[in-house]
Ligand binder design. Structure first.
Ligand SMILES: NC(=O)c1ccc[n+]([C@@H]2O[C@H](COP(=O)([O-])OP(=O)(O)OC[C@H]3O[C@@H](n4cnc5c(N)ncnc54)[C@H](O)[C@@H]3O)[C@@H](O)[C@H]2O)c1
Ligand SMILES: [Mg+2]
Ligand SMILES: [Zn+2]
Length: 276
């Protein structure tokens, strides 16, 4: 993993440094990029909900300004996190992915869910703390499985109504309380497309900040059953021949990686690299 971006706890009382400005999965951007001189930002009258020290980018301290609403700043505009993902700078995307998860978590934990008192950021660790009743919250992470199901030279790919037209992907879903990831893989495949699989094999993982998933990637061989769609989630699902694939998900996704890894092994090509 590259060293340009490193998360760290920084004290917001320190002066100087750089800052990113976030609101609802969007970041402020101008001709110099998404990092702004922090002291300059402080002189603007921004609707600040919280300021957090994030870590170091190219060795420089970086802070987060989490806003209540996407305020207008002259000479700057707002850009969504997905757009940053599609651009070339992986390290910047990792920084912004972290920033969006911390900012969203902090803004959604301003009050204690147990007693309603205002929460405080805890010194020395990334946690929100209720001084009245002692409840403590850490950044939210949702374990999710993602699986490529195959049958020889055929790949089972599906599309959700949310996807861009024509794009088909691997199956994914959130782990439920009490189940193992392997049980989740079998359950989600059964629920979403109605087929049975053999024991899934773990391949790799990816942090996915849309909005706070940890994707655990698997491969599974088809074991039986015909495709039956889960109508609320899956618009279409089909077996695609290895040499006749549809449009695939973004290159930066583990979905794409699982597909390309299978193709490379099947066809004897060099293996793809999982984007960090
Ligand atoms: N990186 C990738 O390649 C990739 C590809 C596909 C999906 N994903 C991600 O996988 C995650 C799960 O995929 P999905 O949308 O198919 O999930 P899913 O099949 O479990 O269904 C989504 C539904 O689950 C419910 N839900 C939302 N948040 C939840 C939570 N934290 N725990 C339990 N249930 C929740 C909601 O009703 C939502 O409509 C999403 O974050 C998605 O963005 C990543
Ligand atoms: Mg799903
Ligand atoms: Zn409380």
């Amino acid at each position: 993993m590259s060293l340009r971006w490193q998360a760290a706890l920084l004290d917001p009382l320190m002066a100087g440094g750089w800052a990113v400005v976030h609101c609802r999965q969007q970041f402020l951007l101008d001709g110099n990029g998404a990092l702004f001189p922090r002291d300059w930002l402080k002189r603007l009258d921004l609707p600040l909900l919280s300021e957090q020290g994030l870590g170091h980018f190219d060795g420089e301290p970086v802070f987060l300004f989490e806003l209540d609403f996407p305020a207008d700043v002259p000479g700057a505009r707002w850009q969504g996190l997905r757009q940053f993902m599609q651009e070339d700078d992986r390290d910047l995307f990792r920084l912004l992915g972290y920033a969006t998860q911390i900012g969203t978590w902090v803004s959604q934990h301003r009050f204690c869910g147990s007693c309603g008192s205002p929460m405080q950021a805890r010194a020395g660790e990334r946690a929100m703390y209720c001084p009245a009743c002692g409840v403590q919250h850490y950044p939210r992470l949702s374990p999710s499985m993602i699986v490529l199901v195959t049958r020889g030279d055929e790949l089972l790919l599906a599309r959700s109504p949310r996807f861009a037209p024509g794009v088909y992907s691997t199956l994914a879903g959130y782990v439920e309380p009490g189940e193992s990831v392997e049980q989740c893989v079998a359950r989600e495949v059964r629920e979403e497309v109605g087929v049975a699989i053999h024991a899934p094999q773990y391949i790799a993982s990816q942090g996915w900040p849309f909005p706070h998933s940890l994707m655990l990637g698997f491969h599974a061989e088809y074991a039986g059953g015909d495709i039956v769609l889960q109508p609320e989630e899956i618009e279409d699902a089909r077996w695609f021949a290895i040499d006749n694939l549809p449009a695939l998900p973004a290159r930066q996704s583990i979905a794409r990686y699982l597909i390309e890894l299978y193709l490379s092994r099947r066809l004897g090509h060099p293996e793809p690299v999982l984007p960090g």
